[in-house]
Design a protein around this ligand. Structure first.
Ligand code: ADP
Ligand code: MG
Length: 372
């Protein structure tokens, strides 16, 4: 096929393919800022109980922090406090080290990308016009806006020529969410707030959107607060997870691994689920494990799993194979080694020992601080 006359051929490559991310990241200029909530409380008028109570946590620049908790635990309230759609009752919120309370609220909101479940795309504007909203408000020159829209459409895997002129009603739910993400990214905000962005998408497309979003985040490296009520989504998407309980109280703030190995209390343990041992297996890829040397006889008949598969998926393959070892292959199909049930067991034992060791080091540090 001759593609020499298509615009597609001239621009940067389309959506995130492994191996191209490095060069793409170098092309994209991207800002990110640290976010810090300091003893934040919110009580709505006429309510006796606070919706958010004394909530503190810090999201390092460029990390994804997932806010997760049952319905009504204050997740949406927390997001609206950060971009000042509602007023704070007490406490402070710092973005890039300075208080959002001292900012002009409208100006602040242009600096914070916001993605919600219903996308909030303007129905009478095209995809291109929707993405251009904030740059337009900021008074960017026409050509710069056009270039940015083009770049973002490619970033979300759209053909700009084909998609820029479409209206939201001409898109699937998943496509609308992608446009919502592109619109939020348009003015290169240092912070993105995403409130259950994939909540209304069917499970298969949802998993795809999650994967695409993670690939996109590896390129743009924004500071992101991502809300979900789904603990599996939280574990998959978060560098760190804030678990809220009723009344907007912090139940735990930790990495997914720590939350799965050491839930802070019964509430967290229940929220995370009785299968948290299994969930832990989704945090490690097979390629990270020390594998057994391939044996020519067993290897020939063994099922194969790719090195980038999670240990959870590999365990499933082993169980499907009646407990037999599986061979782990690289993208070219070369066998890297064999994975057995015993090796998975060794990994879990080593992880638990490591976590216990870290906990005892921490405890020792605390007690030496107390005695000093
Ligand atoms: P979540 O997003 O975790 O489901 P919300 O932040 O929407 O929770 O709500 C937290 C609590 O605050 C709930 O009890 C809800 O009823 C209450 N709430 C939310 N918005 C308002 C409002 N505008 N006025 C009064 N109460 C509200
Ligand atoms: Mg909500």
């Amino acid at each position: 096929m001759d593609t020499s006359h298509t615009a597609h051929n001239e621009g940067p490559s389309a959506f995130a393919k492994p191996g191209e991310q490095g060069s793409k990241a170098a092309q994209l200029e991207s800002k990110a800022a640290e976010l810090e909530l300091q003893r934040v409380s919110k009580r709505y008028d006429g309510q006796r109980e606070p919706a958010i109570g004394d909530l503190s946590f810090t999201v390092p620049a460029g990390e994804v922090c997932v806010l997760v908790g049952p319905s009504g635990s204050g997740k949406t309230t927390a997001m609206r406090l950060i971009n000042r759609m509602i007023s704070i009752t007490s406490g402070d919120i710092l973005l890039g080290g300075s208080s959002v309370l001292e900012r002009d609220a409208r100006e602040l909101r242009r600096e914070i990308g916001y993605v919600i479940q219903q996308t909030g795309l303007f129905p009478h504007q095209t995809v291109g016009e929707n993405i251009a909203t904030v740059p337009g408000l900021l008074g960017w020159p026409k050509q710069r806006i056009a270039d940015r829209v083009h770049e973002l459409l490619e970033l979300i895997g759209f053909d700009p020529e084909e998609m820029a002129g479409r209206y939201p009603a001409q898109l699937s739910g998943g496509q609308r969410q992608r446009v919502g993400v592109a619109r939020a990214l348009a003015a290169d905000p240092p912070l993105m707030l995403m409130d259950e962005p994939f909540g209304a998408i069917d499970p298969i497309n949802r998993a795809r959107l999650q994967d695409e979003f993670l690939a996109l985040q590896r390129m743009v490296k924004k500071t992101i607060v991502f809300v979900t009520h789904d603990i599996d989504e939280a574990i998959k998407m978060g560098d760190r997870i804030v678990i809220l309980r009723d009344g907007g109280q912090l139940a735990q703030y930790d990495t997914p691994r720590e939350i799965l190995i050491h839930p802070a209390d019964d509430f967290v343990a229940q929220f995370v689920g009785a299968d948290r041992g299994i969930k832990r297996l989704s945090l490690t890829t097979v390629g990270e494990l020390k594998l057994a040397a391939p044996e020519s006889v067993t290897q020939a008949q063994a099922a194969t799993v790719p090195a980038q598969a999670s240990v959870k998926d590999a365990l499933s393959a082993i169980l499907t194979a009646g407990g037999e070892a599986v061979s782990v292959v690289d993208p070219d199909g070369r066998v890297l080694g064999m994975l057995t049930l015993g090796l998975i067991e060794q990994m879990l034992v080593a992880e638990t020992a490591q976590a216990a060791h870290e906990a005892s080091v921490e405890a020792a540090a605390c007690s030496s601080e107390v005695s000093a």
